[in-house]
Design a protein around this ligand. Structure first.
Ligand SMILES: Nc1ncnc2c1ncn2[C@@H]1O[C@H](COP(=O)(O)OP(=O)(O)OP(=O)(O)O)[C@@H](O)[C@H]1O
Ligand SMILES: [Mg+2]
Length: 273
């Protein structure tokens, strides 16, 4: 049903790892902010009922009249759901706890994995002319994450530079493979980004060398250091790029954005297993 007169859509990236607290939301917010700083127009989709990405870019709970939930279920038009943030070029589809409801399960089995895919390809998207859509996934391989993978062209995986970091990665790769087989043949891995990296810690270096040995070119050269400004920024409802523009954390996310843009043709993935 593709219409040759319609503009090509944005590049859609799912930020996913079923492991909790590895830096998905931090990476979604700050990579989005760094891409916006480059003059690109970005939509951040908060797909986690925790709503941390929404809070992190300054959208208070009281300002979430419509949410990603409404977008998925078609209960509000896209133009009502997405909001402009205080950051130039950055828009958000905010999340509320509604996203954890089982209502999505009520949609027919063939359709329920395509809710976000369809929502992001509706004609209303054209007027915004987004360059990138980043999807902040919940810490689970549930229907929400599957929706993100079906909607996206690629998956970006934050990996916390700590013991057991690589554990669980094969489960994630398996899910990606299933999505490829069933719904989104061209889904790629955009890359794996090491987060909370501590240069003084041998363990961080060990995780890095393991990750590079196992996953090769899939691992971004850029690593995100453990940086206190990054962890402070959300309590000021700002990306670290606005909170402390010259911090190591802000610089790292700018660097990641540049590397991502330079990679633009992503590496073909070798899926483990
Ligand atoms: N580079 C960093 N330096 C310091 N603290 C960080 C860094 N990255 C993330 N954090 C902190 O670690 C915690 C977890 O990060 P974040 O919320 O981004 O992870 P997540 O994968 O989205 O978690 P969840 O699985 O719950 O969604 C947060 O408190 C965040 O501020
Ligand atoms: Mg999160």
């Amino acid at each position: 049903m593709s219409d040759p007169t319609r503009p090509t859509g944005p590049r859609i990236i799912a930020v996913a790892n079923q492991k909790g607290g590895v830096g998905k939301t931090t990476t979604s917010i700050n990579l989005a902010a760094a891409l916006a700083e480059q003059g690109l127009k970005i939509l951040l989709v908060d797909l986690d009922p925790q709503g941390n990405a929404s809070t992190g870019v300054g959208v208070e709970t009281s300002a979430r009249n419509y949410s990603t939930y409404d977008l998925l279920l078609g209960e509000a038009p896209l133009t009502e759901v997405i909001q402009k943030t205080e950051i130039d070029g950055l828009w958000i589809s905010p999340a509320t706890v509604d996203l954890s409801s089982a209502d999505m399960e009520l949609v027919s089995a063939e359709k329920r994995s395509y809710l976000l895919h369809d929502a992001l390809r509706q004609i209303d998207m054209d007027q915004f002319a987004f360059d990138y859509v980043l999807i902040d996934c919940p810490p689970s391989l549930n229907l929400l994450t599957v929706n993100a993978m079906v909607a996206a062209q690629s998956v970006l995986v934050p990996l916390q530079a700590e013991f057991f970091a690589l554990e669980g990665l094969s489960q994630l790769m398996l899910t990606i493979r299933e999505v490829r087989q069933n719904a989104n043949r061209d889904l790629r891995i955009e890359g794996i980004v090491l987060t909370m990296y501590d240069v003084r810690n041998n363990l961080s270096q060990q995780v890095e060398s393991d990750a590079r040995a196992t996953l090769g070119e899939l691992v971004f050269r850029t690593m995100i250091p453990r940086n206190v400004r990054i962890s402070e920024a959300p309590s000021f409802a700002l990306p670290v790029l606005s909170y402390d523009s010259s911090s190591k954390g802000a610089e790292a996310y700018r660097h990641l954005a540049r590397e991502l843009l330079a990679r633009h043709t992503p590496v073909k993935t070798k899926v483990a297993g």
